[in-house]
Design a protein around this ligand. Structure first.
Ligand code: UDP
Ligand code: MN
Length: 386
């Protein structure tokens, strides 16, 4: 009898405890608690170690409501100083199966040559993106996927230029930037140029793609360096210069063939020309680098340290005032302007032995959406005038 009663007592006590636990869980938010337990067992994210990071928003969120064309483009008001479309951290991942056609579809307001202007206001800034490139089509696709909406969120008037090195000779990143500068400035009076590695994806749209009163280093917190600046003078990855900054430092060096050194040379030029490097806050200048190995045709440059030691003597004799190249082709593709260029070798410019392999297969251009402010010519075999 006694044992039967106590059994029931324990049963009701157990039931009571269950009810209290359930009531607590539902009051505090069941989901939150479940998440808490899941997080305990999940592998820690590299990013979480340094700064508090939220998952970030979809980079295309809030661009959907932009109307196609404003009826009276001429009397548009200026865009506000701070874009209302800016949202902060952006979710960046690299899903397989992304195609350029998808990127095009997601960016209906981007016109021929990869140009864009906000449809509802007159942009306060004109920014050109210069991307040095060879055999990184896969990376380029992801960069375009993220960069177009990123720049649209900032209400910029922008254009994307891919400077593709023709042929198989050793890669020369800095010289391609010089080509990009000259060719982009021929087309439009850009007030800011972003020199942008193809594999770096910005993770926060408050990292503004506009220029400052001094050259700006934007890619200051990359995942591969643990979201820290690797060393004080670092100027690699993504940097922004106004045309007057670029010319004041005689552009970038032309003679760094292969991997390494050129970014430090550029950093040294900034101070030799009497300027200094400015940077956004560490929590905003965040980038994910698409993982890759050292490319064929871009071996480490063994001369880089000797060359860097002489930048003080060489910067005025080598740069924008001496750059020589030959445009092989210029194509106004739906998502970017591709400029394929022969930059020669250390020994100077020589005609390419055979027609170079072209860049990523150009997708057929869709019917023109809006006349772009770019000349409708295809340049070929045109020598630059340094
Ligand atoms: N790059 C390229 N093809 C190459 C080598 C380099 O397109 O064969 C470009 C690309 O934009 C790349 C940048 O040059 O992001 C810098 O090279 P890399 O990514 O090898 O440098 P790191 O990752 O060491 O900064
Ligand atoms: Mn890289």
């Amino acid at each position: 009898m006694f044992s039967f009663q106590s059994k029931w007592r324990y049963f009701f006590m157990f039931l009571g405890v269950q009810l209290v636990v359930m009531a607590l869980l539902s009051r505090e938010g069941y989901q939150k608690r479940v998440n808490y337990f899941i997080r305990i067992f999940r592998k820690p994210d590299h990013a979480r170690n340094n700064t508090a990071v939220t998952a970030g928003v979809d980079v295309y969120a809030n661009l959907l409501n932009l109307s196609r064309v404003h009826p009276h483009r001429d009397d548009l008001p200026y865009c506000p100083k701070k874009s209302p479309l800016i949202a902060g951290p952006i979710h960046v991942s690299f899903p397989s199966g992304l195609t350029e056609a998808v990127v095009q579809k997601k960016n209906p307001l981007v016109v021929r040559g990869g140009r864009y202007r906000p449809p509802d206001c007159e942009a306060l800034h004109r920014t050109a993106i210069i991307i040095p490139h060879r055999r990184r089509e896969h990376h380029l696709k992801y960069l375009l996927y993220y960069l177009h909406p990123f720049l649209q969120r900032q209400q910029l008037n922008y254009g994307i230029y891919v400077i593709h090195q023709a042929g198989n000779y050793t890669f020369n990143r800095a010289k391609l930037m010089n080509v990009g500068f000259r060719e982009a400035m021929k087309e439009e009076d850009w007030d800011c140029l972003f020199f942008h590695d193809v594999d770096l994806i910005p993770e926060d749209d408050r990292n503004l793609y506009t220029c400052d009163s001094n050259p700006k280093h934007a890619a200051i917190a990359m995942d591969k360096f643990g979201y820290q600046l690797p060393y004080d003078a670092y100027f690699g990855g993504v940097s922004a210069l106004a045309p007057e900054h670029y010319l004041k430092m005689n552009g970038f060096p032309n003679n760094y063939w292969g991997w390494g050194g050129e970014d430090d040379d550029i950093g040294i030029r900034v101070s030799l020309a009497g300027m200094h490097i400015v940077r956004p806050p560490l929590r905003l200048g965040r980038y994910k680098m698409i993982k890759h190995k050292l490319d064929a045709g871009n071996d480490i440059n063994p001369k880089r340290f000797n060359m860097l030691a002489k930048t003080r003597q060489t910067w005025k004799q080598d740069g924008m005032n001496t750059v020589e190249y030959e445009i092989v082709s210029k194509d106004y593709l739906p998502l970017y302007t591709n400029i394929t260029v022969n930059i020669g070798t250390e020994k100077g410019l020589k005609p390419l032995p055979k027609p170079p392999p072209t860049h990523a297969k150009a997708l057929p251009s869709p019917a023109p959406k809006e006349p772009a402010k770019v000349p409708a010519v295809k340049e070929s075999k045109k020598k630059s005038q340094p």
